[in-house]
Design a binder for this molecule. Structure first.
Ligand code: NAP
Ligand code: MG
Length: 396
């Protein structure tokens, strides 16, 4: 390696897996170079969360990061870790600094059959992670009266629309988005489609929402025509826009193998549907891509707290490390591509094949055995599963 990866360590069971993966599957095989940031909750607390900001800035500088799952503190964590403050979600902080879009894709393995039979290729969900109902303002209307939507410009000029004249109690919600954020989302999606050579689908409800959703549709189309159309045509990939309800029907009938860009709420709902249909969250990869082409790879699942408490009590755990391994391989492959080190990219490919081969050979963790059609799976503990992958890798 010539350029270091930004390594963001994390919490609980995934922190344990992190070290095992490095010891067993990376350090013996590659000259691993990383710039290490400890995003474990204790260290975030010590540094007043500065370490999270520093790791995001380092990602901007070097271009590629790999992140372990981290705790987003809640009230219970405040006492558990004796926190100075209820620090924000590291993923939220990093996403805000990188202005990125999150792409999630399932890892497909023979023996784990998707609930939707014809989904033979992965569907990648790209979720716009800003605004809409996630930054809403709501009012419970107490009774009779007129609700209005008012915008006051810097010069004081107002635009005003009547929302509804209430003759009894009701509810109101105000949502927004910005052209800047929508454009970043669009560029991240088009760039990722080119990067992974997959078609891009995008859908909204523009027939009903003639200004709000229609603006999403228009911005995507303008950016596509001006910046990406030529490249898409050269690669033989397609940008396809349709209505969200039509998209849902087409997705179910499809064989997969494309990126489905979703507005924030659609992405929240559809990513859970897609993840469940393909298997479970422990077989989902996740990458944050900024419009400038900065990448942060991680697993889609959390820190697997319940397993960690078992581990602390000295009990055996059978935690699936595949999504975390794929975070590393995604980052290593990207580093290999950017730095022109084909051996590094080839190693990443091989390690991924070793993971898949090991499970297809019947060696897996407990949660995988529950969804696998394998007749007599060998259920391994967390470390032995990683060691089994290492054995497969050695035969390659
Ligand atoms: P979680 O860590 O994803 O785990 C939920 C359950 O899913 C686990 O208890 C386990 O089920 C199963 N599971 C998830 N990953 C698995 C794996 N690799 N192997 C086997 N089973 C797996 O979600 P959570 O318990 O809701 O959250 C725990 C912590 O993670 C929270 O503090 C949260 O803030 C954090 N979190 C972080 C991220 C991130 O950094 N990206 C994302 C989500 C959550 P069983 O217990 O039934 O075996
Ligand atoms: Mg959700």
């Amino acid at each position: 390696m010539t350029t270091p990866l930004v390594e963001m360590d994390g919490d609980e069971m995934t922190r344990i897996l992190w070290q095992m993966i490095k010891d067993e599957l990376l350090l013996p095989y590659i000259d691993l170079k990383t710039e290490y940031y400890d995003l474990g909750l204790a260290h975030r607390n010590e540094t007043d969360d500065q370490v999270t900001v520093d790791s995001a800035n380092a990602t901007k500088k070097y271009g590629v990061a790999v992140k372990c799952a981290t705790i987003t503190p809640n009230a219970a964590r405040m006492t558990e870790y004796n926190l100075k403050e209820m620090w924000k979600s590291p993923n939220g902080t990093i996403r805000a600094i990188l202005d990125g879009t999150v792409f999630r894709a399932p890892i497909l393995i023979k023996g784990i059959v998707p609930y939707v039979k014809n989904w033979t290729k992965p569907i990648t969900i790209a979720r716009h992670a800003y605004g809409d109902v996630y930054k809403n303002v709501e009012i419970r209307v107490p009774g009779k009266g007129k609700a209005e939507l008012v915008f006051t410009g810097e010069d004081g000029a107002q635009v005003r629309e009547t929302i509804h004249t209430f003759d009894g109690p009701g509810i109101l919600q105000g949502i927004h988005n910005t052209e800047k954020s929508i454009a970043s989302f669009a560029r991240a999606c088009f760039g990722y489609a080119i990067d992974t050579r997959q078609d891009l689908w995008f859908a909204t409800k523009d027939t009903i929402s003639k200004k709000y959703d229609h603006t999403f549709k228009d911005i995507f189309q303008e950016i596509y025509d001006a910046e990406y159309k030529q490249k898409f045509e050269q690669l033989g990939i397609e940008y396809f826009y349709t209505l969200i309800d039509d998209a849902v029907a087409r997705v179910i009938r499809s064989e997969g193998g494309f990126i489905w860009a979703c507005k924030n709420y659609d992405g929240d709902v559809m990513s859970d549907m897609v993840a469940t249909a393909y298997g479970d969250l422990s077989m989902m990869t996740s990458v944050l891509v900024s419009p400038e082409g900065v990448y942060e790879y991680e697993a889609a699942h959390g820190t697997v707290q319940r397993h960690y408490y078992k581990h602390l009590k000295g009990e055996e755990t059978s935690t699936n490390s595949i999504a975390t391994i794929f975070a590393w391989t995604g980052a290593l492959r990207k580093r290999g591509e950017l730095d022109n080190i084909p051996e590094l990219a080839a190693f990443a490919d091989k390690l991924e094949r070793a993971c898949i081969q090991t499970v297809e050979d019947g060696k897996m963790t407990k949660s995988l055995s529950l969804i696998s059609t394998c007749e007599e799976p060998v259920i391994l503990n967390s470390l032995d599963f990683i060691k089994a992958i290492r054995e497969t890798l050695d035969t390659m």
